[in-house]
Design a protein around this ligand. Structure first.
Ligand SMILES: N#Cc1c(-c2ccc3cc[nH]c3c2)n[nH]c1N
Length: 239
């Protein structure tokens, strides 16, 4: 996968050199290219924003630098066009399903807005996805791009050492992940649930499923709506 990121704060994306995403780049699974939007400005002040039509607070990102940047970046490969992702608080909520869909793309381009956002005509012309990572307001799209790219990268083949980790993820089966434990067996007087140390793998799987169902029912009942459950799950949910 290739990911191009357009931003006025390229340094904000430095964390992508670390950890899981950094290793994916070292292994050649992912190539990330970060671009400073100001490279496509034409004035001495390298201006990327202007006052909003209709008035109102703040500034809006001008269309010309974005159009020049995206035209050049996407023209890199003949007969191929990337999926253009624009993080925005007004976007579609980002979910694991969305991460799985984006992980199947060979080429992503992320447009990191700032100020009050990017001129709507750029979005209309270029955006394939407008994504929100949550119901709160950030100051720009860079943090969202870090989140989206990490969620997508961990799904790429070979990135996670144990592929089962992806299968056991929260949300991978539509449920929240249950509690996890490691040594010591007793810590501050609290014992690890004995079933986890029983060696009975069927019992452990049942316990983990039960914990995931109960946690999801308590914290995210919305994830359980419109779903059919096996009798064993219904017993847990009714308890
Ligand atoms: N994704 C996302 C966002 C944002 C966001 C994204 C881009 C810009 C550009 C200026 N302000 C922004 C906020 N806020 N909250 C979210 N969930």
């Amino acid at each position: 996968m290739r990911a191009d990121i357009v931003t006025i704060f390229p340094a904000y994306l430095e964390p992508l050199r670390l950890s899981l995403v950094g290793r994916a780049q070292e292994h050649g699974t992912l190539q990330i290219h970060t671009h400073d939007l100001r490279m496509w400005t034409t004035d001495v002040h390298r201006t990327v924003d202007d006052a909003p039509y209709g008035g109102g607070p703040g500034m809006v990102m001008r269309p010309e630098p974005w159009d020049a940047a995206l035209s050049q970046i996407t023209a890199r490969v003949a007969d191929s066009r990337p999926r253009v992702v624009v993080p925005t608080p007004a976007g579609t909520p980002f979910t694991q399903r969305h991460a799985e869909e984006l992980a199947r793309e060979p080429w992503l381009v992320f447009c990191c807005g700032r100020y009050e956002g990017i001129d709507a005509r750029v979005i209309e012309t270029w955006a394939d996805d407008e994504i929100s990572i949550g119901d709160y307001v950030l100051a720009g799209g860079e943090a969202a791009t870090l989140v989206i790219l990490e969620a997508v990268t961990r799904l790429l083949p070979g990135v996670l050492g144990n592929s089962a980790s992806v299968a056991d993820d929260s949300f991978s089966d539509g449920l929240l992940e249950g509690p996890v434990y490691t040594r010591p067996p007793v810590w501050r007087g609290t014992e690890v649930p004995p079933v986890l140390r029983s060696g009975d793998h069927e019992a452990i799987a049942r316990w983990r499923r039960s914990q995931a169902l109960r946690r999801t029912l308590l914290r995210r009942p919305d994830l359980l709506e419109h779903r059919e459950f096996a009798e064993a799950d219904r017993v847990v949910l009714a308890a």
